[in-house]
Design a protein around this ligand. Structure first.
Ligand SMILES: [Zn+2]
Length: 66
């Protein structure tokens, strides 16, 4: 497992105060509340794994076509 990069944080000002939001280092999306960053990163990872699997299937199919 790769080690996750430390998350960046930013402040979001709302009418009733300032909140901390995390910034996803993969897509630069502001995640609020910051606790949701984990779930967000999980989704990236799942997508990565899915794409990797699809790519392997594709490469396998291509190799067989030759
Ligand atoms: Zn992201």
């Amino acid at each position: 497992m790769e080690t996750l990069m430390p998350a960046e944080y930013t402040q979001i000002s709302c009418e009733d105060g300032t909140y901390q939001a995390a910034i996803c280092h993969r897509c630069n999306t502001k995640i609020f509340p910051a606790e949701l960053l984990d779930a967000h990163l999980d989704r990236h990872q799942i997508k990565d794994l899915y794409l990797e699997g699809e790519l392997k299937k594709l490469q396998f199919a291509m190799a067989r076509m030759r």
